[in-house]
Design a binder for this molecule. Structure first.
Ligand SMILES: Cc1cc2nc3c(=O)[nH]c(=O)nc-3n(C[C@H](O)[C@H](O)[C@H](O)COP(=O)(O)OP(=O)(O)OC[C@H]3O[C@@H](n4cnc5c(N)ncnc54)[C@H](O)[C@@H]3O)c2cc1C
Length: 464
């Protein structure tokens, strides 16, 4: 695809975030001949496809990487890695809006973490799931932190993220015990049956049967059949990956964490758990506390209860999400779903769109985020029809102003050539025996230094 000329109906759009949603937007917009700037907090592109998906899913990760390289190498796509947008960050939302662009798309994912707000949740040994995942995927800022897990780990939550973290603990940390704690029952488990294969060889099936016996009366009280549920659950334990450690994996159901209990050094020693029962709620069941408490000994606690967006980005925020247009009216009612909205003025924020996990935190897999990006692009393309087109000279002037602003802030932005250099340097380091399997730098400073040194030695500029 050639660079766009002034005679085409060209727009300049800035996409913030190079995860699956942002890359889907960049793909369709650049294919339509528009000029796309991508600003990404991480040096590397991919978002959770790079720093979230379990490292051993090499085929999925490799396929996504390849498709993202193809998009980023188009001449009308300009990648700026190592740039964070937000209040008191490298560049603000208003500064971007004032550059003279056609639209801004926020595909920043859900970088905040949800807590359930229990006493003791800031003790040493309490972690948020995404931070742990970022740690074992070597995201700068997390890769080099210690993340001491101890021998017995309690994970709050029974979704796919719980499975991924258990996978890391069972296979690579080889702790003694991992227990998934669920407020509701086994029928309400949320993980994908395919995912459990990573750890099912380590699930203690005798202990699981005992756990079912313990909660049997409470399941039967709401018409659930414990035998059928247990069979359904254990039938999924086929095609288990080979057992490589003695770690015992278990479940504790109808168990609501109430307090993290600590020792004299503020280190986790146990969870205080309240027994719950199920109560029908619409088509589903809710957990209701029974005011019966017990201690569950553990050395660390991981909260895997979902994510929220990062409010420091600087967009209107409410209850864990960025605010979108509540008025599902207009030419196409779907449009409102992607439009950022300011409740104070009661107005849509002109030209600012949201997509992916930035729009719906923790919503689905890569395919869903990609589809969301594509859907957002359809809405955006309709919006662009009413906007003035940009001449080549105007586009170049905006790019110049953006680079000047970032240089003024001493931001060492990394372009796609820099990433090629980084890829080569990392390959030269060879493979690793840990869960990553491939070498990955986990420090931004180190990456920038090595890229600059290598580019200087081949006399190419390191930043643009
Ligand atoms: C632990 C875990 C495991 C998963 N495993 C799988 C799996 O096996 N298979 C699967 O299909 N899906 C999996 N998913 C889901 C998948 O990763 C998500 O659906 C998808 O990545 C969401 O895409 P996104 O683009 O909305 O956000 P993200 O992937 O989070 O991308 C956000 C991007 O925005 C950038 N960014 C953030 N804030 C800023 C800022 N202020 N300024 C500039 N840039 C910013 C980040 O650097 C990042 O590049 C998993 C998710 C998690 C959490």
């Amino acid at each position: 695809m050639g660079s766009v000329t002034g005679s085409q109906r060209t727009h300049l759009i800035i996409v913030i975030g190079a995860g699956p949603a942002g890359m889907a937007v960049a793909n369709l917009l650049s294919k339509a001949g528009h000029e796309v700037v991508i600003l990404n907090r991480d040096i590397k592109f991919g978002g959770l496809a790079e720093y979230g998906i379990f490292p051993s899913k090499l085929k999925l990760r490799g396929g996504l990487r390849k498709s993202y390289w193809d998009i980023l190498e188009r001449p009308n796509v300009h990648y700026f890695g190592n740039v964070t947008v937000g209040t008191d960050k490298d560049i603000t939302v208003n500064e971007l809006r004032n550059l003279g662009i056609s639209a801004l798309v926020f595909a920043t994912g859900a970088q905040g973490t949800k807590t359930i707000g229990v006493e003791g949740d800031s003790a040493i040994g309490v972690y948020h799931a995404k931070d742990v995942v970022y740690h074992f995927n070597r995201l700068p800022g997390f890769g080099e932190q210690p993340f001491e897990m101890g021998r017995r780990v309690a994970i709050i939550g029974v979704g796919d993220v719980m499975v991924d973290i258990s996978h890391w603990l069972v296979r690579f940390k080889q702790v003694d015990e991992v227990t998934a704690i669920a407020r509701r029952g086994p029928a309400e488990r949320k993980y994908n049956p395919k995912e459990i294969r990573a750890i099912c060889a380590n699930i203690d099936q005798q202990a699981l049967a005992k756990e079912f016996a313990r909660i049997r009366p409470r399941l039967e009280a709401v018409g659930q059949n414990p035998d059928e549920i247990l069979k359904g659950m254990t039938d999924e334990f086929t095609k288990c990956e080979p057992r490589v450690s003695q770690t015992r994996m278990g479940f504790r159901f109808l168990a609501s964490p109430r307090r993290v209990l600590t020792d004299g050094q503020n280190r986790v020693r146990a969870l205080e758990i309240e027994e719950t029962k199920l109560e029908p709620k619409g088509q589903d069941f809710a957990a209701v506390g029974l005011k019966q408490f017990y201690e569950f000994p553990c050395d660390s606690v991981v909260f895997a209860v979902g994510d929220r967006v990062d409010e420091t980005v600087g967009l209107p925020y409410k209850n864990g999400v960025f605010v979108t247009n509540p008025a599902l009216t207009g030419n196409d009612p779907d449009d409102a779903l992607f439009q950022a909205y300011d409740e104070a003025s009661g107005k849509v924020i002109e030209g600012v769109f949201l997509t992916g996990w930035a729009r719906k935190a923790s919503e689905g897999l890569v395919g869903i985020a990609k589809r969301d990006g594509e859907w957002c692009t359809e809405v955006l393309l309709r919006y662009l029809e009413s906007q003035p087109v940009r001449e080549r000279a105007e586009i170049d002037a905006v790019l110049y102003r953006l680079r000047a602003l970032l240089t003024e802030r001493r931001r060492q932005t990394m372009d796609i050539e820099s990433l090629r250099v980084l890829e080569a340097i990392e390959k030269e380091q060879g493979g690793t025996q840990d869960c990553i399997g491939e070498f990955k730098f986990s420090s931004n400073e180190k990456m920038v230094e090595l890229i600059q040194r290598r580019r200087a030695s081949s006399s190419a500029p390191a930043t643009r």
